[in-house]
Design a protein around this ligand. Structure first.
Ligand SMILES: Cc1ncc(COP(=O)(O)O)c(C=O)c1O
Length: 424
């Protein structure tokens, strides 16, 4: 049955259910059935649905000013959120450009780096997902379908290998890191000299591409190469940011500081908001009116963003993400010990991927099994999503304020759903 005949069919949807409302960590469909929501609109409603503090902030701001405001001056929640966001980032990242979506933040970052360095080259990584606008599409390689038929994409983009430890290196992160860095150096030696490269854009954990974390050694060496060659390092924190990985920012796991950070998704718990953050000096060099946005930094979305940061601080949700994430990985590890169709359980904090394979020995990805498990989980009242080249990775994105009991509930449903799948 087509429930929405006038809605475009082109958007990918994991489920065809119609949703009535969300309450805390549960989504309700129109028949009244409740689902534990560990999908969160792909890492967006990080505080769950209808968080009272976020809703109160939204309601209050709607009655003051909705916006847009950029062209005529400043609005208090927008300026304040810039300060609060900058305060979560290390020096010298203190200058915030608000936009509306992750793709826009990526496009803006690519433009900034080209203008400031005067260099055309951009390096991105195989399997990366950065969005759907033309710039973001040009650096996205997680699926051929996202690129097909759109040539010519942005010129000057080169794709280097991402360090995918499993299955490529049987889980050996250091081997994956060394091989990926060798691939990047080979690019510098034979395809584009580093002096022609203005930016390198990287996800600290490959998202759509398969929930593969970049080893710390890889990110540190990337930083060193950028420093050695005057290249600007863009961290795409659209999915990893705002506490998701058990640190406020994914790059913190490697102890590095990027030049540009792209933020979106969870920042306003569901309202459209994104940010590009860099040093003030970099944005001064970018130049006045070199970029712009009518809606970017909407006061209502920024009021929500302020509430999100306050709740994360007050309820110690970054720490909760780390602790609950460890419980989640331990629970999934127990399932893996019993079932050799679980090839790998990985990912920091509450960004956890379970790679399903035909058998652990062969490591052959099993997207069909993952698809059936996802559907069985949903039928049993748990929403989890998929990622990876063959959609073989079940991805867990629970809210940052998830409880231990909810983690246990989700793991149990997943275990039963997987066990119920026959082997062919
Ligand atoms: C890592 C990453 N970057 C960029 C984007 C694009 O964000 P948006 O869909 O808000 O344009 C996404 C969206 O899933 C993402 O996961």
């Amino acid at each position: 049955m087509d429930t929405a005949p006038n809605l475009t069919p082109i958007l990918g949807r994991y489920f065809l259910r119609e949703w009535s409302h969300g309450e805390g960590h549960r989504l309700y469909d129109t028949s009244g059935k409740a689902y534990l929501d560990f999908a969160n609109g792909i890492a967006v409603t990080a505080l769950g649905h209808g968080h009272p503090k976020v809703n109160a902030a939204i309601h209050a701001q709607v009655d003051r000013i909705v916006g847009p405001i950029n062209a005529v001056g400043f609005a208090e929640p927008v300026s304040r959120l810039a300060g609060e966001l900058a305060a979560t980032l290390p020096d010298p990242l203190d200058s915030v450009l608000f936009l509306n979506s992750g793709s826009e933040a990526i496009d803006a970052a690519l433009k900034l780096c080209r203008r400031v360095t005067g260099r055309p080259g951009i390096i991105a990584f195989r399997g990366g997902f950065h969005g759907r606008t033309f710039g973001a599409t040009s650096v996205t390689t997680s699926s051929l379908n996202y690129r097909t038929g759109y040539d010519p994409l942005l010129p000057g983009v080169h794709i280097a290998p991402y360090p995918v430890a499993y299955p490529d290196f049987d889980g050996d992160e250091e081997a994956a890191s060394a091989a990926a860095l060798a691939g990047l150096r080979a690019l510098f030696e034979s395809v584009i000299p580093p002096t022609s490269v203005g930016s390198i854009v990287v996800e600290p954990v490959l998202g759509e591409g398969g929930y593969n974390p970049a080893p710390a050694s890889f990110l540190r060496e990337l930083r060193a190469l950028c420093d050695a060659h005057g290249i600007l390092l863009i961290a795409d924190e659209v999915q990893t940011g705002i506490g998701r990985t058990g640190r406020m920012w994914g790059f913190e796991h490697a102890g590095i500081v990027p030049d540009v950070v792209c933020v979106a998704k969870a920042i306003a718990n569901g309202l459209p908001l994104a940010a590009l953050v860099s040093s003030r000096s970099l944005q001064d060099r970018w130049g006045k009116s070199a970029h712009g946005s009518t809606f970017g930094g909407n006061p209502v979305a920024c009021a929500a963003g302020l509430a999100v940061l306050e709740v994360i601080r007050e309820e110690r949700l970054v720490e909760n993400a780390a602790a609950r994430g460890a419980e989640l990985r331990a629970g999934l590890g127990r399932i893996a010990a019993e079932d050799d169709r679980v090839g790998d359980v990985r990912g920091p904090g509450l960004m956890v991927g379970v790679e399903l394979v035909r058998s652990r020995d062969g490591r052959e990805p099993d997207g069909d099994l993952a698809d059936r498990v996802m559907a069985a989980c949903a039928a049993a009242g748990l929403l989890v999503l998929l990622c990876g080249r063959q959609h073989q990775v079940v991805r867990w994105i629970p809210p940052l304020n998830v409880t231990a009991a909810e983690i246990a509930e989700g793991v149990e449903i997943f275990g039963e759903s997987l066990a119920s799948m026959s082997r062919d």
